[in-house]
Ligand binder design. Structure first.
Ligand code: TNX
Length: 636
């Protein structure tokens, strides 16, 4: 016997919804002095609550009913309001719930029924039916000439290296042939696969030739050889266990954008190192060259820092009775994890073998709750009486630019980060610092007066300028979200990642910043993929069906010849992990949209076609099946 919690939308408007919540006691025991805990990502207006009171920290809510008795077979009912957009998906409902008695969780299970939505979308996207293309290449190479005939790889086929730069790519190819096709050459035989240096090719570019004399992969950079291998792996058909065939072809290919990235949030939910490596390997298959590792956030600090072991001993775990309350899931257990520096080195080396640079992100000054709770003696300002409400509903998650401890923390963290990550770029976050922050802090006021700052944005700039200078002394270039240039304090060396819209990127590019485009409306893989209410995901930026992801064209209205376009270094897609708990969910959100984004990153505009992509995707799905990638079936 259990409890059942039901949430129903009673009424909804553009920026306001009212809900009714019912707790059924289906057990044969009455409860006294009980409470309900649950998880929601919306902010519940405390004054709107009936029949009790609610306390909310982030996504974590505790309800204390006005009647502290709940008899067997009876129910409790309350109503409340939110001031944000209507809910359209089941995953917008309550994510986890727990009953407490005398402040302690009880073991009877709590069943959550799907949220009763007032106006779920009725539309469904339907993809055109297409034939699977024989050359199922994604991203589409920029020049392909196919001819009749197939080359056969057999157990005596060998990989031969005539370029030291190709060593890692050759090892990767060999590993992938085994992993995907179960294929390994046993005897010493013919040099059927030849890696050869071709100094005429640019960074990342490659040529792949398959003819009766064998397979030749050419490049002048180690990453170019990886891309050549990735294309070859997509061309292979397996005839039998030990025989693979490859069509005769000549491909000459190079990337459209220099920066082709994906960001993974490992803070909201922790992704074990094997899951991270699996993703990096997939990125290599689609010719991405950057993995942006979001390692810190309000809900968890995931990177071992030797100077501050508390960041992970405290800040990597959350749950009842710990300094960080449960968030997003796992109400009834301690949840978390972190990467040791040795594991980070392992990930970096793994990525490097696949032509991928790992950019770490340490998100400051917002999104710092886990750090502040771990190091209160350094990072908490007891005199700061400012009232603010962050987007994710915290009022205690922003570093203070006026505390000496903030600088000690930042300097030591950045020193270790700079040492650990070979990447030239370090991402400093800078997103979503809420209104109202710092204004009631005497020390911040003093700092503002000293420098003649007019706004909190300038205080943020003050801190970020320090970070930029620190990183420069460590040999690194600072990069950050679009808010990093607010307050006008950082130099034009800072690379700006726009995410709220493309507009910020355009403005920044006009001012002389290099930009990476990661607009939520097109590149956020945590957005739902269709309008059906059972689609998992969020929709604050948009619903992103496959076609919209595919059709993303950065700053489309800026003509090709405009010098502003030189400022666009590339594109990045992102997976935020508020509801990404398992490998299965991760695969579902990423695939196949990642393949669409890969084409936006790589393929020249003239060679892109939605219908062409779809038929190649159809031909490509068996390769995903072979790897047990649990993608969203595009033609369902
Ligand atoms: C916005 S994108 C955020 C993240 C959230 C994400 C959810 C950005 C810089 N900030 O903190 O996880 O939306 O979609």
């Amino acid at each position: 016997m259990s409890f059942r919690v039901e949430l129903a939308v009673l009424s909804e408007h553009k920026h306001y919804c009212r809900f009714g919540l019912t707790v059924h006691n289906l057990t044969d025991q009455g409860l006294s002095n009980w409470q309900l805990q649950f998880i929601t990502d919306r902010y519940i207006q405390p004054d709107s609550f009936t029949n009790g009171s609610i306390k909310q920290i982030g996504s974590f809510c505790t309800v204390t009913p006005s009647d502290d008795l709940l008899s067997a077979n009876k129910h409790y009912y309350c109503e409340f309001s939110i001031g944000s957009m209507p809910l359209r998906f089941y995953s917008d409902g309550i994510k986890d719930a727990l009953i407490l008695v005398e402040g302690k969780a009880i073991t009877s299970p709590v069943t959550l029924t799907p949220i009763i939505l007032a106006s779920p979308y009725k539309e469904r996207t339907k993809l055109p039916v297409v034939d699977a293309h024989e050359l199922a290449l994604i991203p589409m190479p920029n020049k392909v000439e196919q001819s009749d005939g197939y080359f056969t790889l057999s157990a005596s086929s060998q990989i031969t290296l005539q370029a030291t730069l190709a060593e890692k790519a050759a090892t990767w190819l060999q590993e992938e042939l085994v992993r995907i096709f179960g294929f390994s050459s046993k005897a010493i035989g013919q040099s059927d696969i030849l890696f050869r240096n071709n100094p005429t090719l640019d960074e990342g570019a490659y040529q792949l030739t398959v003819s009766s004399s064998g397979i030749r992969l050419e490049a002048a950079s180690s990453v170019g050889f990886v891309h050549a291998g990735a294309t070859l792996l997509q061309l292979i058909r397996s005839e039998t266990e030990s025989v693979l065939v490859v069509p005769y072809i000549k491909i000459s290919d190079s990337p459209r954008f220099k920066y082709r990235g994906m960001m993974l949030d490992c803070a909201r939910h922790f992704h074990p190192i094997e899951r991270v490596k699996r993703l990096i390997n997939q990125l290599a298959h689609y010719k991405f060259n950057t993995f942006h590792w979001h390692l810190t956030d309000d809900e968890g600090w995931r990177l071992e820092i030797k100077a501050f072991p508390q960041l992970t001993s405290v800040g990597a775990y959350r749950g009842s009775g710990t300094p960080l309350e449960p968030q997003y899931s796992h109400l009834n257990s301690i949840y978390g994890g972190f990467y040791t520096q040795d594991q980070v080195k392992e990930v970096i080396a793994f990525a490097e073998d696949r032509g991928i640079t790992v950019i770490p992100e340490i998100d400051i000054p917002g999104h710092c709750r886990a750090a502040i709770k771990s190091l209160p003696e350094l990072l908490h300002d007891p005199e700061d009486k400012s009232q603010y409400h962050s987007i994710q509903h915290y009022n205690d998650n922003i570093l203070s630019p006026a505390l000496p401890g903030t600088y000690e923390f930042l300097d030591k963290v950045l020193e270790e980060v700079a040492e650990l990550f070979p990447s030239k770029w370090v991402h400093i976050g800078a997103d979503e610092v809420p209104e109202g922050v710092w204004i009631e802090s005497p020390s911040c006021q003093k700092l503002m007066a000293k420098h003649g700052y007019q706004s909190a944005k300038e205080l943020q700039g003050h801190l970020l300028r320090h970070a930029e200078q620190k990183l420069r002394t460590l040999g690194k270039r600072m990069v950050g979200w679009e808010e990093a240039q607010h307050g006008n304090k950082v130099s034009k060396d800072t690379v700006i990642y726009s995410w709220l819209s493309e507009e910020a990127a355009l403005n920044c590019a006009k001012q002389g910043f290099d930009v990476i485009l990661q607009p939520g409306q097109s590149t956020y893989l945590d957005m739902t993929q269709d309008y059906a209410p059972e689609e998992p995901g969020v929709d604050w930026a948009a619903v992103i069906p496959l076609e919209n992801a595919y059709r993303y064209e950065p700053l489309a209205e800026i003509p090709d010849g405009d010098p502003i376009r030189k400022r666009i270094l590339g594109i990045q897609c992102a997976l935020w992990s508020e509801i990404i708990i398992t490998q299965q969910r991760m695969d579902y959100m990423i695939f196949p949209r990642l393949t669409a984004m890969a084409e936006a990153c790589w393929t020249d505009k003239a060679h892109r076609s939605w219908e062409g992509y779809l038929s190649r995707l159809k031909g490509h799905l068996p390769l995903l099946d072979k790897q047990d990638i649990q993608y969203r079936q595009p033609w369902k």
